[in-house]
Design a protein around this ligand. Structure first.
Ligand code: ADP
Ligand code: MG
Length: 616
């Protein structure tokens, strides 16, 4: 047989490599920003158009390149950053693989302008799909400008695979945040579609974090400082009371490089244990400085994962330094028996004398009283659903006729549930009562046996259908707030709110103002308690973070789902018997009462036969 193996031509090899290095516009942004930093720039501009699909440009004032270097920089494995394998163990630069420019040039139209300090005149190169199109001498300031246009122009499959401009833009913003947070000593400008989004002057870490995430962030930050022989940890965590529903602001940097590490993340979260609810997330901006010889950055082509020689020690140090920080800033409650033994009294407390603790006794407390204490049951649940159903009929008034008023509510829902139970098996037992099992299920009897309902899923379904109907009939009832509720968000979060604003308005939210980093809400849907608004918006933002669907129907659907998930009673909540039966009735008045909005079964039935068999 004839020989069949041949070497791939360079441009094909480059395209294949590009698949690894360049997944989306944000990857190009990352590579170009890192190159600018490696070139020693102290001012960097990022310019984006149409989510990076039309244009990504990075302009720096770094070292620049000679004409020969400029040509060479687009070759594969062309790098100025390492010379031999040993260099891999003392890396101080972001790049070292020499692949980025070759890969980018293989799949886009690239224009490079560059000049060194000593050269009189600079050079301009144009490359399209690995082919040099032109090279000219040109007058340009010291530094480098990379223009990347028409990404994936020669790989339609990849181009079609890209998400909407907004989503791609958000990935770019994430990348920008990471780089800007890691390098406060560099000035950054970021322009999107012609308007300036960020202008970050040189600053310290705290100022940079505030510059990126907004002024409100400042009061949330607690400094973390710890220096040992293995690692120097510095940075900030957010105070427990500011922990969020979404996992937004969590950053690890190792030697100024953003990294992802589920293991170290766990160390941080475990330090917060007992201080925040299990479904909320602490924010952190942690900078670790470690001897480059004791880490291996090479295990991932995009270099966001690294391997540490001694992960366990790092884990322990990180955890204890965060506990320490929380303790020093008096964030941990005074009595914490689990506090680390080696933690000292917070400095400001050392010289204070100890007060005798006050004991407050409720003289009226009668442990034998029958009433369940109100606080443990869910006070607004019943009211909430009833109001919700009334809203529904308010919207339908014109259809039902002028006579329809709230007195028809009970009549209506009775007839609805009546019609549902034509399904004979589900026929509700008339003498049936309900009870709650493990604060999770509601058990009640039906003609054929018993039914066990997941309380949380049932309530999600009820709320979900309610919200959807409110949106479709566009007459959601909004409760006017006495004082507008002001909430702070980052610029990125505000962008998401703007995108889903219309759906929120049809639901009953009223926005008095949406500013750069703050919104003022003057009305909220009847079903959403004012105290929950912040939490609900947090959840919405985090659900929309990855993708905002363009069409309003799916937007409304996601909004309704998120709201129902956030507001539904949870496992562990005690419901009084009134609330239980209201929930059961409302559930079976739903259009689709069998599965939750998230496609989970809501109830199971156990028939008399099933039970008989057990006794056999
Ligand atoms: P790597 O960064 O891994 O070395 P790249 O393909 O990203 O590989 O870049 C190749 C080389 O081009 C770099 O090693 C550097 O010498 C040069 N280079 C790239 N970008 C710049 C820039 N903005 N300023 C100066 N030199 C640059
Ligand atoms: Mg590089």
């Amino acid at each position: 047989m004839a020989d069949i193996i041949q070497l791939l031509p360079d441009h094909v090899a480059n395209q294949i490599a590009a698949g690894e290095v360049v997944q989306r516009p944000a990857s190009v942004v990352k590579e170009l920003l890192e190159n600018a930093i490696d070139a020693g720039a102290d001012a960097i501009k990022l310019i984006i158009k149409d989510g990076g699909k039309a244009l990504i440009q990075v302009v720096d004032n770094g070292s620049g390149m000679s004409a020969t270097d400029a040509r060479l920089s687009f070759e594969r494995h062309a790098t100025s950053k390492i010379k031999n394998a040993e260099d891999l163990f003392k890396l101080t630069t972001k790049g070292f693989r020499g692949e980025a420019l070759a890969s980018i040039a293989a799949i886009a139209h690239v224009e490079l302008l560059t000049k060194t300090e000593t050269d009189e005149i600079g050079v301009q190169l144009k490359i399209e799909g690995s082919k040099l199109v032109s090279q000219e001498a040109i007058v340009t300031p010291k530094g480098t400008s990379f223009c990347v246009k028409n990404l994936f122009f020669n790989i339609p499959a990849r181009r079609n695979f890209l998400k909407s401009n907004q989503v791609e833009f958000r990935h770019i913003t994430d990348e920008f945040h990471r780089v800007a947070l890691a390098h406060p000593n560099i000035q950054f400008h970021f322009y999107n579609n012609g308007s300036e989004l960020f202008n970050l002057p040189k600053a310290n870490y705290r100022q940079r974090i505030v510059g990126v995430f907004g002024n409100k962030t400042n009061e949330k930050l607690v400094p973390v400082e710890e220096e040992t022989q293995v690692v120097k940890i510095s940075g900030f965590i957010t105070k427990p009371e500011f922990s969020k529903k979404s996992r937004g602001e969590q950053f690890f940097f190792v030697n100024d490089r953003f990294i992802k590490s589920p293991y170290l993340h766990h160390a941080v979260v475990s330090a917060f244990e007992g201080l925040i609810r299990s479904d909320s997330h602490p924010g952190y901006f942690l900078y670790l400085a470690i001897d480059p010889a004791s880490i291996d950055i090479n295990i991932h082509p995009t270099k966001t994962e690294i391997k540490f020689d001694d992960e366990h020690t790092l884990y322990a140090m990180l955890r204890s330094s965060i506990k320490h920080a929380l303790g020093q800033f008096n964030v941990i409650p005074a009595l914490d028996f689990e506090q680390d033994q080696n933690l000292e009294t917070p400095y400001s407390y050392q010289n204070k004398h100890a007060d005798v603790p006050k004991v407050v006794v409720d003289a009226d407390f009668n442990p034998f009283a029958k009433d369940i204490p109100r606080s443990t049951s869910r006070p607004y649940f019943e009211k909430q659903t009833t109001i919700g159903w009334q809203n529904l009929y308010v919207g339908l008034e014109s259809k039902v006729g002028k006579e329809a008023d709230f007195s028809s509510v009970s009549f209506e829902s009775e007839s609805i549930s009546g019609s549902i139970f034509k399904d004979d098996d589900l026929m509700m037992d008339h003498v049936s009562t309900t009870f709650q099992l493990k604060r999770k299920y509601i058990v009640t009897t039906i003609k054929s046996g018993m039914i066990i309902i997941d309380q949380s899923r049932a309530h999600q379904r009820v709320l979900y259908e309610n919200f959807l109907k409110n949106i479709t009939i566009k007459e959601a009832v909004s409760q006017q707030l006495l004082f507008p509720l002001r909430l702070s968000f980052s610029k990125t979060e505000i962008a998401i709110i703007n995108e889903i604003k219309d759906s929120l308005v049809t639901l009953g939210f009223a926005f008095e103002a949406i500013e750069e980093e703050q919104i003022a809400i003057s009305g909220v849907p009847l079903l959403v308690p004012e105290s929950e608004v912040g939490m609900v918006l947090d959840q919405l933002i985090s659900d929309f973070q990855m993708d905002v669907p363009g069409d309003s129907f799916s937007q409304s659907d996601i909004v309704s789902k998120t709201l129902s998930k956030s507001l539904a009673v949870k496992t562990g909540e005690q419901l009084d018997s009134e609330s239980q039966s209201a929930l059961v009735n409302n559930l079976f008045a739903c259009k689709e009462y069998k599965i939750s909005p998230f496609n989970k079964p809501i109830y199971i039935t156990i028939t008399g036969d099933d039970i008989d068999k057990k006794f056999f």
